[in-house]
Design a protein around this ligand. Structure first.
Ligand code: NDP
Ligand code: DGU
Length: 322
């Protein structure tokens, strides 16, 4: 199996690997396990890795990249595509350049490929326990935060900038003042959360979508087996001699999105890469597009049931309406 193919990054003329490896394990694992999984993924053909300051996986990822380069598994840093994210406690104009430098230090890199605003909100204190106190959660001052994100790109600290968990409305606001438009919006996207409105909006504006939880976060606290246990997807998989997970990933790929399924298991991470030499029929896609919609990860489940977060969630949900 070769290296994962690339797909266009909006209208930028650049590309992004169609599949990358997510690095959030639930329950959390130690750094050695993450590093070993990344090295295994590099051997399998993964070149895009998705991390975030909040995941604690930047350091082991950085170590795995350094080791892969020193072992000659990958010839040059440029062959990797590394995404990391600005955590909400640093989502203020004057903290962002230091935040990306901290991530670069963790990753032992001198540039990142894609730096994303992790969530459309700011936290005024470290998240030590949940629920997070209501008064610690603030709206994002998107204009000043984006100005600093642009500075990160202009300084060469990152090749691209983007957002995560942004609605159409938030993107429209951002586009109204951005000097550098967001290259990526990383959101939940899978057969059970299809994001039709968001996909159409992003296509029109040249914003690439990267899908997180493309397998419905099977087996994690924020996900379940609604995808791998879905009868409709199982039947399609059986008819094609594929796994249900592969059918889900293939559906995401056919929507023009890239994706970052997480697997730290050698066989499953290879299985997840093997989706490029077959396709879904029109009838199969039609059946998938009829599945009931249900979002996995929510802001209120992460931070607590606060009104402000419920408002954001309601806005995000509108983007997945059929
Ligand atoms: N921007 C954001 O707000 C968010 C970003 N993310 C990013 O997206 C990545 C992926 O999303 P995530 O939520 O982890 O969920 P995924 O949909 O990628 O599911 C991961 C789970 O599915 C299991 N799995 C992987 N492959 C298979 C397979 N072929 N068959 C059956 N089970 C499988 C994994 O277990 P195993 O390892 O044992 O194979 C793991 O438990 C994250 O790791 C993170 O990097 C995630 C959530 C939010
Ligand atoms: O501390 C909070 C967590 O990092 C949470 O925000 C993330 O894990 C998020 O769900 C993601 O995976 O991107």
């Amino acid at each position: 199996m070769g290296v994962a193919p690339e797909v266009p990054l909006g209208c930028s003329g650049k590309t992004i690997p169609a599949i990358g490896l997510g690095t959030v394990a639930d329950p959390r694992v130690d750094a050695e396990t993450t590093k070993a999984a990344v090295l295994e993924a590099i051997k399998a053909g993964y070149r895009h890795f998705d991390t975030a300051f909040a995941y604690g996986s930047e350091q082991p990822l950085g170590e795995a990249i350094a080791e892969a380069l020193s072992l000659g598994l990958v010839k040059s840093r440029d062959e990797f595509f590394i995404t990391t994210k600005l955590w909400c406690t640093f989502a203020e104009r004057d903290q962002i350049v230091s935040a990306i430098k901290m991530s670069l230090k963790n990753l032992k890199l001198d540039y990142i490929d894609m730096y994303l605003i992790h969530l459309p909100l700011r936290l005024t204190q470290q998240m030590t326990k949940t629920p997070v106190p209501k008064e610690a959660i603030k709206p994002l001052d998107t204009e000043s935060v984006w100005d600093a994100m642009e500075e990160c790109q202009n300084l060469g600290l990152t090749k691209g900038i983007g957002v995560s968990n942004f609605s159409c409305k938030m993107l429209a606001h951002l586009l109204s003042f951005a000097k550098i438009p967001p290259a990526v919006n990383q959101v939940e996207l899978n057969p059970f959360w299809r994001q039709k409105k968001l996909r159409e909006f992003c296509k029109e504006k040249g914003i690439h979508i990267t899908a997180y939880s493309p397998l419905g976060a099977n087996g994690t606290r924020w996900g379940d087996n609604r995808i791998v246990g879905c009868d409709v997807l199982n039947e399609i998989a059986k008819a094609k001699g594929k796994t249900t997970a592969q059918v889900s990933l293939r559906w995401v790929y056919e929507q023009g999105a890239s994706m970052i399924p997480k697997s730290f298991n050698k066989e499953r991470m290879r299985q997840n890469l093997d989706i490029f030499d077959w396709c879904l029929t029109e009838e199969e896609s039609h059946k998938i597009n009829q599945l009931p919609q249900r979002k996995g990860s929510t802001l209120t489940s992460i931070f607590g049931p606060h009104d402000f977060l419920l408002e954001i969630e309601a806005e995000l949900e509108q983007d997945s309406e059929a």
